[in-house]
Design a protein around this ligand. Sequence first.
Ligand code: THU
Length: 130
Amino acid sequence: MTPEKLVELAKEAMTHAYAPYSGYKVGAALLCADGTVYQGCNIENSAYSPTNCAERTAFFKAVYDGHRDFSAIAICGGKDGVITGAFPPCGVCRQVMREFCKPDFLVYIINAEGYETQTLADLLPHSFSL
Ligand code: THU
């Protein structure tokens, strides 16, 4: 699985978004250590706080299926599904990544031109875990 292919899968996942309130469609493609990929989208709610981000949708699908080892995630988002810039993961999603991933877990943040690569350690320094 190349980063470029994971990026394409994140873009495809974005088309599944349920985002009638914000209009921001978000997609994620999570690469497991065994090569399996889980896609996720944001799923909004009229009460707002039950909204689930795309990244967590992908993680929760994968963990339910028994996966615990992850290599990378690609993320994209934009108003009405149009990518105009980077859509970095929110703090809650970074903490969910921290639950399951090592500091060198790769995060491909997609932008209009391509993608930038970060590590989880870059995105969540001095992190909390038990
Ligand atoms: N969103 C994500 O899916 N992932 C993030 O990391 C940040 C925010 C979603 C939640 C909401 O549906 C929309 O983007 C606007 O905040």
